[in-house]
Design a protein around this ligand. Sequence first.
Ligand code: MOS
Length: 745
Amino acid sequence: MESNFFDAAFIDGPDRVDGKAKVTGAAKFSAEFDLPRLTYGVLVASTIAKGSITALDTKEAEKAPGVLAIITHLNSPKVPGYDAGANPVKGPTGGKGLQVFGDNTIYFNGQPIALVIADTFERAVYGASLVKSQYKKEDHQTNFEEFKNTAAPLEGQRYNDYKRGEGDVYKYAPVKIEAEYFVPIEVHNPMELHATTVVWEGEEKVKVYDKTQGIKSTQRSIMQAFKLPEENVQVITQFVGGGFGSALRTWPHTIAALIGAKKVNKPLKLVLTREQMFTMVGYRPQAIQKIGLGATPDGKLTGITHEAFSHTSYYEEFTEGIVNMSRFMYACPNVLTSYKVIPLNVSTPTWMRGPGEATGAFALESALDELAYALNIDPLELRLRNYAETDPQRNVPYSSKFLKEAYQLGADRIGWKDRNPKPRSMKEGDWMVGYGMGSGVFGASRGTAKASARLNVDGTLLVQSAVSDIGAGTATAMTQVAANVMGIPSKNITFELGDSSLPPGPTQGGSTTTSTLGSAVHDVCVSLQRKLAELVKDNSIFHTTNVHTVKLEDLVFENGHVALASDRTKKISYADVLKQNSLTQLEAIEESKGSEDMRKYAAYSYSVHFVKVLVHPVTGVVKVDRVVMAADAGKIVSEKTAESQLIGGAVGGIGMALMEEGVIDHRYGRWVNNNFADYHVPVHADVPHIETLFVNKPDPILNPIGAKGMGEIALIGFAAAVANAVYHATGKRIRQLPITPDKLI
Ligand code: MOS
């Protein structure tokens, strides 16, 4: 490790570097590129959930004013190498996902069946309203509860159960609990609608402004779909107005926009409607989970059994890590997990906010609370008695684990010890008061990324990488990393992202961006340091009686200067180094990735959520009154944006715990609440002040910046903390999310 990043004091704690652009409207999102000759595409969706299209009447729509083209399965040019997925999926489409306009098969209600293109958005909407479709309808199945016992999995599916020690040991334990938990469909619903603006230059070259979390992965999907070389596909995503996982894949609407723009030979913009955000860009699949926990009377876990049952679509298999946490979170000799998914006539689900791990943590962390009451042991104490000092799944040490410290920080701040642990024992006025906690964990990993850096003669620094920022604050965090390594104030640094022609960065997902890209930014800055050291090695200013040539390790890089470590008054500014060498700039590019050594360790980020709720005994209304979150995410690179991520997780967590539920009318297989009036998400009035705490100790193994990851652990375990607090307040254990008033009265 070549820099002293771990100990670096932050030279300043910048606000979001793109904050001003965002609040003034200067920031351009994917639907905001109003190009000359722009056309507008509107998708028409199926009104049945299963069957086939027998007739499509587009005549009237074609004659409507301004309509330029209508694309359906009857006239769509074939997409030569369709591949919509970053996820290796199975099912009838052979892992290629839904091939938009591929044929007349209907897999779900709301499936895109036509694209109407017009010279204005309004005319495209009107044209779309005139497309008439006829179907051969077949019996659909969207009711998970009803279907789960008879359903067969998709062909070719194999499930591997996990077993450590003996199976189902909990059944014979002196103290045990056994419970079933339900997490409904939840929908990402970022504020920004998914949008794609496509500009073909001829038949073989295309520029795509797309809402995506993975600039390079979207570029690859488009390259594969249209059989184009990398240099002919440019993907631009300068800003993303929230993603939460919905932009982790290249969905059919993006391919539809590419087909449409090519057809009319003009730039085309396609923006999904809020309704279409429920059917075209994934959602969290529902899950039924059964948990059995067994323990000795003094609270040592003897057995964990965790079975999960979830759903996918009929054309793709989607699986995620619902049962994973049960395998490694607690020291327990006997663990059994199983997981199955069955197909329904719905669109394919995808990763959403902490994805399957958040679903699983609701069950596991609720079950731990139930066990704590059964044992009459404090829920926090129960977790400490089963604290894993080494990874129980792989039997290897942790790269770092400071969960105990996080527990302590959080418990002290909320005053955990001061509550009366007895359910229904605390009141404030009319309201019942409850305290609850839940833990979160998510794998900390480091992928491969490239970054470039250019130090200019005026002392400014430009760092670049093809990554998108879904709001996490990546540009700010990367600026901070560069500032710390180079000793340049962040106001003199620009971090440029959002363009696939920049050096390849990681997909923003799975809490990996800071670890992966931050390391590349660190390394490219170290590379600049090395170049500066080479340029100054013979500079007489650094000479002492015995030293005539200086090396990198003799130097420090601070306040825009190269200085002699042993005497920091001997220094020369970066600008002067460049000038003395007749250079206008100094450039470096580095590819950065994890070492083989990482395999010897288990690496995780951890969180703990403490919440205080108020429950109204008459109306059943639950108010989250106080939230304290403490995280072990390694070194905190950018405190303000890290804090924002925890706050965002709490907001999502309040939604998951109390409000969010996607409802389908099974008679039609159609969504009931596909809008913001009926699909409830927290608003400001639902969110109290969120207190955030960081252990802020670097992980010495994972990467040179010591950062683990923050995104997922902000949410994972939160809903359980709320459910546990509701139990403490009311004595009612709610195992079905969301905890709506009807479940409490
Ligand atoms: Mo996330 S669910 O990796 O965007």
